[in-house]
Design a protein around this ligand. Structure first.
Ligand code: TV7
Ligand code: CA
Ligand code: ZN
Length: 406
């Protein structure tokens, strides 16, 4: 009736557990797991579940998480909650991970960059441990579906947390599910290409594979000189010159595309297809992981790009058209209604479906979708000229040439 069909010639598996929706990072924290509720409602409202195999995720095991993360960090994450945090901070094994306090620090940091202060990027909150191991479990299940050949595209919108380090949380990310997925894929695939269209630099993934020539990391992100407040756009890394660790086999197997604010669809398409196309040609990957952070959309609460949902989706379509095993992950995205629209649209792209440009009738009138009658609100809003466009075409052309050379 809604015209949703199974794709012909390939299979898609979708991994999710509604439990992740109940989590709260804190009142004013920009990361809102309920954006995943909106995404779920849109996906189901459009009937996309009939086009894929859907799986309820189970938590990752500590052994699986230790394949990348330090054992003591994994133990800490397993046990931590607002109640246990003060006691855990006193255990000698964990106290060495507490960073020194500096004069004027607004938030007090505990071990592993975790904190119970209200302004912290990586707060300790109720249910946090369950949440972390659940999104990681979903990514690992998706990865197994791919590596076992059960599907060609596997999706986990609750994953894609690219900043987490071996023994440290960073930028709303605690467990680096992407690194764990790629490590697992390396058992089956000769070469894995990682592409990251989140507005932030995929530093955790790049760092983990900086010596590894079998993994090429390619991140598109906001990057530039210090702003008026004397800060760099987070995390401040990912310069055009950074191409993997010098003097190791990994040199030349990292690519970074630093982008000024306000980049528009046409410019992003030129960069993305030019650079990604050449990277695929040169690297000849056996499989691809695409982190689809939706904070690169116009109107994002933290982002500074002017990309529309259409172009964000065209990046997914371009990668899908390579016809390689593909893992699609979420990531950032801080204007929840747009995150849901983008990821639902991209679920449709993965399954070769076209959605009607209307919010489906069955989507509950919650938060972002209330107000107007169902069917009135556009599925695909356009975000025009929201940020001052500081992108010069000539600089983008220079970048494609330079990266082609690297
Ligand atoms: C993948 N930007 C993650 C992106 C991580 C960005 C940052 C905030 C922020 C945190 C808050 C908050 C915020 C309105 C925005 C240098 C600091 C400045 C904390 C206030 N409001 C992803 C991480 C980035 C926390 N961090 O790539 C609680 O913005 O810039 C910073 C670091 C130190 C810490 N302070 C911010 O998208 C998922 N944080 C409100 C409450
Ligand atoms: Ca990125
Ligand atoms: Zn981001």
């Amino acid at each position: 009736e809604n015209g949703i069909q199974r794709p012909k010639g390939h299979k898609v598996s979708f991994h999710y557990n509604s439990h992740v929706e109940d989590m709260h990072f804190g009142k004013t924290h920009p990361m809102k797991p309920w954006r995943l509720t909106l995404t779920k409602h849109l996906v189901l409202g459009h009937g996309l579940q009939y086009a894929m195999d859907t799986y309820e995720a189970v938590s990752a095991g500590t052994d699986e998480v230790r394949k990348f993360h330090a054992p003591d960090y994994v133990d800490f994450l397993r046990q931590v909650s607002p109640k246990t945090f003060p006691e855990l901070c006193k255990i000698p094994r964990f106290t060495r991970a507490i960073p020194p306090k500096h004069e004027g620090d607004s938030v007090e940091l505990g071990p592993y960059n975790l904190s119970t202060s209200p302004g912290a990027d990586c707060p300790v909150f109720d249910g946090m441990s369950e949440y972390l191991f659940l999104y990681t479990g979903a990514t690992l299940a998706a990865t197994h579906q791919l590596t076992s050949g059960a599907c060609n595209i596997a999706i986990n919108w609750s994953g894609g947390l690219h900043h987490a380090h071996k023994a440290e949380a960073s930028g709303f990310c605690y467990i680096n599910d992407i690194v764990l997925a790629i490590l697992d894929m390396l058992r089956v695939y000769a070469r894995v290409l990682y592409i990251d269209i989140d507005v932030h630099h995929g530093d955790g993934v790049e760092e983990a594979f900086q010596r590894q020539p079998r993994v090429m990391t390619l991140s598109y992100h906001r990057y530039g000189p210090y702003d008026e407040t004397g800060h760099k756009f987070f995390p401040g890394t990912g310069d055009l010159e950074d191409i993997g660790l010098k003097g190791t086999p990994g040199e030349h197997f990292a690519l970074n595309v630093p982008i000024p604010s306000g980049i528009d669809d046409r410019q992003y398409k030129f960069l993305f297809e030019g650079v990604t196309g050449r990277a695929i040609e040169a690297f000849n990957p056996s499989a691809i992981v695409l982190q689809c952070g939706a904070d690169s959309l116009g109107g994002d609460r933290l982002g500074q790009f002017n990309i529309n949902i259409k172009q964000h989706g065209e990046c997914v379509a371009f990668v899908k058209n390579q016809h390689l095993p593909l893992l699609l992950l979420g990531g950032g995205g801080y204007t929840a209604r747009n995150v849901a629209r983008a990821w639902c649209h991209e679920t449709a792209i993965a399954t070769d479906n076209k959605l009607v440009d209307k919010v489906p009738y069955f989507v509950p009138r919650i938060e972002a979708f209330k107000g107007r009658a169902h069917g009135d609100e556009k599925m695909y809003p356009s975000f025009e000229r929201l940020h001052k466009n500081e992108c010069k075409d000539a600089d983008l052309e220079y970048m494609v040439k330079k990266l082609e050379h690297d």
